[in-house]
Write a protein that binds this ligand. Structure first.
Ligand SMILES: *[C@@H]1O[C@H](CO)[C@@H](O)[C@H](O)[C@H]1NC(C)=O
Ligand SMILES: *[C@@H]1O[C@H](CO)[C@@H](O)[C@H](O)[C@H]1NC(C)=O
Ligand SMILES: *[C@@H]1O[C@H](CO)[C@@H](O)[C@H](O)[C@H]1NC(C)=O
Ligand SMILES: *[C@@H]1O[C@H](CO)[C@@H](O)[C@H](O)[C@H]1NC(C)=O
Length: 275
């Protein structure tokens, strides 16, 4: 990875050395940037006050029909003293979507589409007549919505059910990682797209959670092996709930105590009335 820019730098040094008039270019190591589909991204550029121009190039530059020259993405030139620099957007695919970020010379691209993915380049020509170049490989990802979990139960005999859960978050698979946990946020069961769970019919439920992660977001969903194997729980008949049963028991005990105390008092009173 680091070899390419270094050899490029060497190449530039070799071609620039014999001719005194050509500018010396220094190159940074590529700055990887992640963007979110439909949102904005900033290509950071170190602040250099004394520049003549900053020329940005898009991943697949357009060719000008008439002149045959490549059209830059945008060109930044210094403004009048005290004024803001001027940004000229030359590539019509980016019209209305570019601006300088804050009060810097970093470039902000908004309303990102998948077509914006690729390697951007900046070449900054300084007053001192040397150049500074940098590459920005830009990757675009979707902000993940809640994943969908598909279930595939198979009765394995002996009151056991093998249920396969498959998680899908609608992103390109190579841009996703899946993590299965039980309980949510607990021990990791698997990092595959599918998970096999064995559920014994009649056992307690023990839901599993799938979390889909990409470099810009993550999202989770849960599913129940018991429901997958036994179907949804039947509607509860209005049976005594545990709490209500406990309450009635406590009332019963209190009532019995009260009755006992009263009986003892009444008996004691009769005892005293006896001559
Ligand atoms: C960018 O997206 C916003 C909101 O989705 C929209 O209103 C605006 O027109 C878009 N701008 C461009 C240049 O596509
Ligand atoms: C159920 O899963 C177990 C454990 O992975 C496996 O040995 C068995 O063959 C499976 N049974 C069926 C019917 O898929
Ligand atoms: C089914 O259960 C019985 C008793 O628990 C056991 O002996 C037998 O090996 C089990 N068979 C399978 C296929 O798991
Ligand atoms: C998936 O996880 C691996 C290992 O943790 C990591 O190297 C990779 O960048 C992750 N991929 C995504 C798309 O998040």
């Amino acid at each position: 990875m680091a070899g390419a820019p270094r050899s490029f730098l060497l190449f530039l040094l070799l071609v620039s050395q014999p001719r005194d008039t050509s500018p010396a270019t220094s190159h940074c190591s590529p700055k990887r940037v992640n963007g979110i589909l439909g949102e904005s991204v900033v290509l950071p550029l170190d602040y250099e006050k004394m520049f003549k121009s900053i020329r940005w190039s898009a991943p697949s530059p357009r060719q000008d029909e008439a002149s045959g020259r490549t059209v830059p993405l945008a060109v930044v030139t210094p403004g009048a003293p005290g004024a803001l620099p001027r940004l000229a957007v030359e590539d019509e695919r980016y019209r209305g979507r570019l601006r300088l970020y804050g009060r810097t010379y970093s470039l902000e691209i908004s309303n990102l589409t998948m077509a914006d993915e690729g390697e951007y380049e900046v070449v900054q020509t300084l007053i001192a007549y040397n150049q500074y170049g940098c590459d920005y490989p830009l990757s675009i990802y979707k902000r993940l919505s809640e994943p969908e979990i598909r279930v595939h139960p198979v009765m394995a005999g002996n009151g056991t059910c093998n249920v396969t859960f498959t998680c899908s978050a609608g992103e390109r698979p190579r841009h996703l990682n899946y993590t299965w946990t039980r309980p949510a946020g607990g021990a990791v069961l698997s990092t595959e797209v599918s998970l096999l769970v064995q559920h014994r019919l009649g056992d307690e439920d023990s839901p599993i959670t799938c979390t889909a992660t990409n470099p810009v977001s993550h999202s989770s969903a849960s599913a129940s092996p018991k429901v997958a194997c036994e179907g949804p729980a039947p509607p509860q008949t209005p049976a005594l709930s545990y709490c209500r049963a406990k309450g009635i028991l406590v009332l019963g005990v209190l009532g019995a105590l009260l009755a006992g105390i009263l009986t003892v008092h009444v008996l004691a009173a009769r005892e005293r009335r006896r001559p």
